[in-house]
Design a binder for this molecule. Structure first.
Ligand code: 9WN
Length: 438
């Protein structure tokens, strides 16, 4: 008999609690991650709004003076020298004093989470929370547009797969493999220094290798991070032929959603949004439509240097249901969602089940994830597809009730994969356990 899903989810979040914040999963992910904390706050908003608010404010202790919110804030008491040394954030004068962080970002879900948290706080606490976080979130979004969209296209450019959140999804890995390797990487690949990579990797110490990125891809991602470090993590300093520069679908769709929520929160708090920033916000929805690809019949990421489409299509396209405005395209997306390839026994896989790259157990190359299902459900609600939204909601809650709060699941068999007791799985089940009023 499966446990009560709400009680089980709260137990996972208590187990992963580290004071004010929650780690994604003890052991493999001991630090604080940006979008993980956003999802934790969304899930906790109704059950414990004060803790949910603390989850967001604690993440923002890692914010840099230029507004960048890093994708990781390191736990003080966890030895993880390999990872800390890679980033070396403390050598960068823009990093916060006394807090070690990564030097790249992750999907900007914080304003989306903050709006939900604010809705559940009592008036005084809400005013104090908004006075604290709204200026920081405005600085965060201003950084995204200033540093990552210097040409004013309306779309932010990412410089590393770790920034997109769906890290090892096939379009990103294909682009990474096409990149001319550095001398160091060529030597490492030729000598097959897998032992070295395994020593640097934390994930395969805990999990079967077949569920994770290959060692070669792991090496390529590390090499790319070292290259970006040599250029101060700055998009405008990266050599175009030796870097990845990607206009990612889900990152920019989440940015459009977050811009809407941040605008509402700023108005509530009586904080003015700089007109130039408003102008940037306004450009993003139309710019997102330029990611539509007729050949694939869906939205795809784009190489920001060459303009090439990065296929195959992934779950990222469906996040447009919550961000897009092109009725005909979004109708086509909903129809596509109901095809066997995207709606197998346990919808919705990270890539189509009939794609050549589909691998049912490997990370972002096939399994279904609760956070992406949550985003699809959000989009279906926005489109008025209430029956489909509720079906996906029920199936997601049932999957977790039956198999536990795994990091991800086989979309074919439901087998739990990756880390267990994973925070965003638990948190979003908390949110999904209660059906939405129609
Ligand atoms: C690198 C923490 C993070 C998630 C990402 C997921 C994975 C890290 C990793 O874990 O990324 O940031 O070690 O592979 O891809 O979405 O935020 O849960």
């Amino acid at each position: 008999m499966p446990e009560d899903p709400v009680a089980a989810a709260l137990a996972v979040l208590d187990r992963n609690r580290r004071g004010d914040w929650t780690c994604p999963s003890a052991g493999i992910y001991p630090h604080q991650w940006l979008w993980d904390s956003g999802f934790v706050a969304i899930g906790l908003a109704r059950h414990d709004p004060a803790r949910a608010a603390g989850e967001l404010t604690s993440l923002l202790r890692g914010q840099w003076s230029n507004g960048m919110v890093p994708h990781m804030v390191f736990a003080d008491d966890v030895h993880d020298q390999g990872s800390r040394r890679l980033w070396g954030s403390r050598r960068d004068p823009r990093s916060p004093r006394g807090v070690a962080t990564s030097c790249i970002t992750q999907p900007p879900v914080l304003a989306i989470a903050a709006r939900r948290v604010a809705d559940h706080l009592a008036a005084d606490a809400r005013a104090a929370f908004l006075a604290d976080v709204v200026p920081k979130l405005l600085a965060h979004h201003a950084w995204l547009y200033r540093d990552r969209d210097p040409r004013g296209t309306g779309l932010v450019t990412l410089i590393h797969p770790w920034e997109c959140g769906l890290d090892t999804s096939p379009p990103w890995m294909a682009a990474l493999r096409r990149l001319r390797p550095s001398v160091g990487l060529r030597v490492a690949l030729a000598l097959r220094l897998t032992r070295l990579v395994r020593a640097l990797r934390r994930d395969t110490r805990y999990l079967p290798a077949r569920e994770r990125a290959s060692n070669d891809d792991g090496l390529r991602m590390l090499d790319l991070a070292y290259r970006a470090r040599r250029h101060g993590w700055a998009l405008d300093r990266l050599p175009p032929d030796r870097s990845l520069q990607v206009q990612d679908v889900s990152f920019n769709a989440l940015l459009a959603m977050a811009n809407r929520d941040l605008t509402t929160l700023a108005a509530d708090a009586g904080i003015a949004v700089d007109p130039a920033l408003r102008h940037r916000f306004a450009a993003t929805p139309d710019a997102l439509e330029t990611l539509w690809n007729d050949e694939h019949g869906t939205y795809c990421a784009r190489d920001a240097v060459t303009g090439a489409t990065l296929g195959p299509p992934t779950i990222a396209a469906f996040t447009m249901l919550a961000a897009g405005a092109h009725d005909e395209r979004l109708r086509r997306l909903v129809a596509r969602l109901r095809t066997d390839a995207w709606w197998p026994a346990h919808p919705v896989p990270s890539i189509a089940a009939d794609a050549a790259e589909f691998d049912p157990e490997r990370y972002w190359s096939g399994p279904t994830w609760v956070n992406t299902n949550w985003l699809v459900i959000e989009g279906l609600h926005r489109r008025g597809e209430l029956a489909l939204a509720d079906e996906l909601r029920r199936r997601t809650v049932d999957l977790v009730a039956e198999h536990g709060s795994a990091e991800y699941f086989s979309a074919i068999t439901g087998t739990p994969l990756g880390a267990d007791a994973f925070s965003w799985t638990a948190a979003l089940v908390l949110d999904l356990a209660t059906p939405r009023p129609a």
